[in-house]
Design a protein around this ligand. Structure first.
Ligand SMILES: [Zn+2]
Ligand SMILES: [Zn+2]
Length: 350
């Protein structure tokens, strides 16, 4: 989609701000990139210059290495080719931002990925008024409704306690950047040792350096063998079935993701338990966020695009879509198959 004079259009390199002559989360190398957050489908290597929210600068450097990057504090503005640019908290992961662009009195906001429930690991989502809102829709189906995270944390701690009482470790799988730190923030450290895989610990360090308080964690080599039997272990999904995991002997495993709400997702992952914990907005969250912008025009990027666009049009919005290359990893990874499954379930229930 795109009309004459649109401030942001989609090009083969990515979302492009026409008057500003810069890109937002481009998937091909460009001269100037604004990065909403450091998940790898949004933050790619090879751009000549990066601009990102100040709290996300450390993560961006940790993931992309020695890049030419500037950090911008939330709410501060810079002007580029007459476009006033500011970044506002998206509540998704540490340093995640929505990009506000103002040009000749018109305001566009690109959301990146966002979550509306506040958590302890990043600055909460903040609605930004605009004329046109470019939104993600990873969980853009009415079946996606999250329970409050405190209930999920309580479930995780109870599962851990049960396993520990039976003398086996609890292996909790989730994405190393964002999800792992959020789960960590909800663990009750009094229950036993918290062991982190190296990929998770590397990001814990960046979070702590950014001032985020997390429970104490240990490397597996620092924990005595009998202590491991009452430990909880945070590891990335890629560690499932690896020799690193097998050292825990008899253990129970679990996977944490919004997709765990979908029937069959836990079985496909081959784990004992699924915890429904997402760093994306659920359906009511998407609706509330869209409404709070006051925007009349909504452009949907990755996720359940056709469903969202149809719903928005039925509810009086000028809605369309941008074809992007987001959602290919992190929590978006299971997107296609899970959304299809969900669509079938919806049909069956109707
Ligand atoms: Zn993301
Ligand atoms: Zn995304």
């Amino acid at each position: 989609m795109g009309g004459r004079g649109d401030m942001v259009v989609v090009r083969s390199e990515g979302l492009y701000c026409v008057p500003g002559d810069f890109y937002i989360d481009p998937w091909r190398p460009v001269a100037r990139a604004i990065i909403t957050h450091a998940h790898s489908d949004h933050a790619r290597i090879g751009h000549a210059h990066y601009l990102t929210a100040q709290p996300g600068l450390g993560i961006l450097r940790a993931r992309l290495g020695d890049i030419a990057a500037d950090g911008l504090a939330y709410g501060d503005a810079v002007e580029h080719n007459g476009v006033r640019i500011s970044l506002h908290p998206a509540g998704h992961v540490l340093g995640s931002a929505q990009v506000r662009m103002e040009y000749r009195g018109e305001v566009w906001v690109a959301s990146g990925d966002y979550k509306v429930e506040a958590d302890a690991t990043c600055v909460p989502f903040e609605p930004v008024r605009c004329h046109t809102f470019i939104t993600e829709s990873t969980f853009g189906l009415p079946i996606y409704r999250w329970v409050p995270q405190q209930e999920i944390y309580a479930d995780i701690n109870a599962w851990w306690a049960r396993n520990a009482a039976q003398g086996r470790a609890s292996v909790l799988l989730g994405y190393a950047f964002g999800k792992a730190q959020r789960m960590l923030s909800g663990l009750d450290a009094a229950q036993g040792p918290i062991v982190c895989h190296g990929a998770v610990e590397a990001l814990n360090r960046v979070y702590r350096d950014a001032g985020v308080a997390l429970p104490a964690t240990r490397m597996v080599t620092d924990v005595a063998r009998d202590e491991l039997r009452r430990a909880i272990v945070l590891a990335p999904p890629s560690a499932a079935g690896s020799p690193w995991i097998r050292r825990f002997g008899e253990y129970s495993d679990a996977f944490a993701s919004g997709w765990m709400l979908v029937r069959g997702a836990r079985r496909r992952r081959g784990v004992d338990r699924g915890f429904v914990l997402s760093d994306h907005a659920d359906w009511p969250g998407l609706m509330a966020a869209i409404k709070a912008t006051g925007a009349g025009r909504i452009i949907v990027t990755h996720g359940s695009v056709p469903v969202m666009v149809r719903w928005l049009r039925q509810n009086g919005y000028d809605a369309g879509a941008f074809e992007t290359e987001y959602g290919a990893e992190e929590e978006g990874a299971d997107g296609e198959s899970a959304a299809q499954t969900a669509g079938r379930q919806e049909g069956a229930d109707a």
